[in-house]
Design a protein around this ligand. Structure first.
Ligand SMILES: [Zn+2]
Ligand SMILES: [Zn+2]
Ligand SMILES: [Zn+2]
Length: 152
């Protein structure tokens, strides 16, 4: 799994995720705490199947559909972000610590962060539009994956 290095710690991420869940009326169950912990401690992107395999070990009764539905709902809440990478749909905890953007290799999922925010450079935005947030992500191949593709 690729690294996505950040200076925030897992405990803070867990607390932020649980706060967002309870703000949306979710009861904080052990199962939801495990889900938040899994994402806060994950070093990369998790597929619905990765999450299901992990949850099933601790909660044998959990169904894939429940796990998948929770992942979609958590994305809608802004707790998780979803990405379409080369081996399918994957999720990652949203970076809430400070504002930054990502460059993501769709092959090995290496993620590089950068602090430059392109929003500040966007010209002529309609002034009557109240902006809440924005996303900006760059997808492609890292140098290692690009050279593997060129010389298979
Ligand atoms: Zn980040
Ligand atoms: Zn790569
Ligand atoms: Zn930005």
């Amino acid at each position: 799994m690729a690294n996505h290095k950040h200076d925030h710690n897992a405990q803070e991420t867990i607390q932020e995720m649980l706060r967002a869940m309870s703000n949306h009326g979710w009861r904080i169950t052990d199962q939801r705490k495990s889900l938040a912990t899994l994402f806060a401690e994950a070093e990369g992107y998790l597929s619905p199947k990765d999450v299901y395999e992990h949850m099933r070990q601790r909660y044998p009764g959990v169904s894939f559909d429940t796990v998948y539905r929770n992942l979609r709902l958590l994305s809608e809440m802004g707790v998780l972000e979803q990405f379409h990478l080369s081996d399918g749909l994957k999720f990652r905890a949203r970076c809430l610590s400070h504002h930054h953007h990502h460059m993501i290799c769709i092959q090995c999922e290496k993620t590089v962060t950068f602090e430059f925010c392109p929003m500040k450079q966007v010209p002529n935005l309609p002034s009557d539009f109240q902006i809440l947030n924005h996303r900006f992500e760059i997808f492609g191949y890292c140098s290692e994956c690009a050279s593997q593709a060129a010389h298979p």
